[in-house]
Design a protein around this ligand. Sequence first.
Ligand SMILES: Nc1ncnc2c1ncn2[C@@H]1O[C@H](COP(=O)(O)OP(=O)(O)OP(=O)(O)O)[C@@H](O)[C@H]1O
Length: 682
Amino acid sequence: MQQRQIEQSAEQDHVDAMYARLDGEVARVSADLDDAVRASSTDPEEAFTREVRVRMLNRRARTLGSAEHHLCFGRIDHADGRTLHIGRTGLSDGDDQLLVDWRADAARPFYAATAAHTMGLHRRRHLRLEGRKVTRVSDELLDGAEPGPEDLVGDGPLLEAIGARRTGRMRDVVSTLQAEQDAIIRSAHRGVTVVEGGPGTGKTVVALHRAAYVLAGFDEARADGVLVLGPNSRFLDYIAEVLPSLGENDVAMSTADRLVANALGVDAAPAVGHELRRAAGDVRLADELAETVRGYQAPAGTLTVLVDGDAITMDTHALAEARATAGGAGLPHNQARSLFKDLVVDFVSDEVQARARIMLAKLDEDIEVLTGGVNVDKAAAKDLERLGFGPDEGGAFGHAAAVAELDPGALRAELADDLALERAVEAAWPRLEAADVVLDVLDQRPELTVEGAPAGAWTTAHLPLLDEAEHLLNGPPARTYGHVVVDEAQELTPMQWRSVLRRCPGRSMTVVGDLAQAGPATGAASWADALGSDLARRADVRTLTVCYRTTAEVLAAAAPLLAQIAPHQAPAVAVRTGAEPRRVAATGDLVSAVVAEARAEVAVDLDALVAVVAADGAVAGIAEALDGTGVRVVPVSQVRGLEFDAVVVADPDGIIAARPGGERDLYVALTRPTQRLVVVGA
Ligand SMILES: Nc1ncnc2c1ncn2[C@@H]1O[C@H](COP(=O)(O)OP(=O)(O)OP(=O)(O)O)[C@@H](O)[C@H]1O
């Protein structure tokens, strides 16, 4: 005890020094920020440099602010005597490295060293802080030294973290990241990393800590930003605090739907059932949309323009050539239209010049006849040469030369502004809006429309189609990201994937999900289905195998269902054991039985986070009956990714029957509790 107190007080001294340094840094950054904000300049270059500096200082200020809480959480002692403290940010005092940022390479052994693979460590120490006070020091000896009575054997801090009560908001787990998680988070792989694993294996944790790592380590992510996508707003609220607590406030968070709705300015598209989502998510629609757009690009026929009362016609051959050139240039439709128009202008201008030439040649001939054989051009040639004008390449002077010298640029400019020509081009290759194209496709596909809804009343299911059409018409989205994290990735339809990939041109992505939990709108059976086989082949696929959320007993209760829905997937291994799940057969009214069980769970632990998970259609009645109790009633379609201390699953048969693939919904519901599971059935 004595020894541990001495250690603790020595750590307190270190930690005091760190906080003193942190305070100093905060004061310095804040003063620098004030200076930078005040220093205005009219020189654009200086103003730009100042803006960059202000942004950088703001970022540092936020990092330092979020580092205050639990600034230092670990220490590693190398066998050669070197020690390093690990924490939320790097701090140094001259040459003295007081604290190493958890993302730095030097911090890696803190997460990755094991007794079998010590990475040169003698000891790993976990520090617990309350405010700025060190309240506990626990050590793991890694190099075979005999542990003392107070040394840690096993996973104390981890078990404490995962056994703690939940608040309804996910927390960062930077002090207890496990080796298999850390390896993914720190991976140098710049392409697509796919992280799969059963419920509670830490996929979300990995995804979010990876986002923080990537922001610090990958220049392109810092420059172009990081986007985190989640399945719904409830989930985004749940994870909202993790990145800020890691000092990263500049990460964009969205659902795939909101991302597209904002980009296209479509507001308040209402959500719809899975049937429509699934139908509208079919990747073949991408071809149908492209085909529809092509159908607007100068279909076979001719194109006639009236110029000064003369009809000039592009015949089928000339028109087909212009279409092939404009359509084959790899440009989006509305840009290719400009090229098409240029080609029409060229054609018409050539034709106008050719006609003028013929007409003037004819005029020359007529004059020659009228003047009795005197060739005016030839007669004039001597005079022209005397005046310093030579014959043109074809040896022509006079009217023909005048036509050749007719300013083709001016003629083209005039034609480009010509209303009749513009109308003819618009008829052959109209300027289009995304909605026009999607409505055309919907005309052929009544199953993609909502009965009774007016045309153009978009739902969330239509957003990926509008996005696809927008891309075909106007090219890539204006806002793209350096790195994109997709959580609950099994929930995206193939058409949604196309929207997401479009916003990540560098294809630097972290994709996490569990195909066994896929809802009925998607039903991807493999990552190749989801990402496309090309990308999936190049992806670095990692599998997490340890369940940190729920107990072995709860996993065992869900195992038969897993064997049914994903027979090839090995169940995760739980690190904790706990209470046996309870099955309650409701003798009377099912809602009353569910309510009674939920109340009983609240009574077991007043501070526990208790949830009832029910089929979407059953939620309203249960929520009403539980109003004011603090119990959360969550529709099963929105419970993916969430967790609670105790979960009451209402009417498992009802959940299975409510929508196709209902067994997967039930599997998700059963794997939500961290402590206790109650299943109330008929
Ligand atoms: N290394 C860790 N230290 C402490 N807690 C952890 C660790 N890894 C995971 N957890 C906790 O385990 C729980 C489950 O993690 P997470 O939600 O990331 O799992 P998941 O694989 O995304 O689950 P699901 O498939 O259900 O979405 C969370 O409470 C998380 O904080």
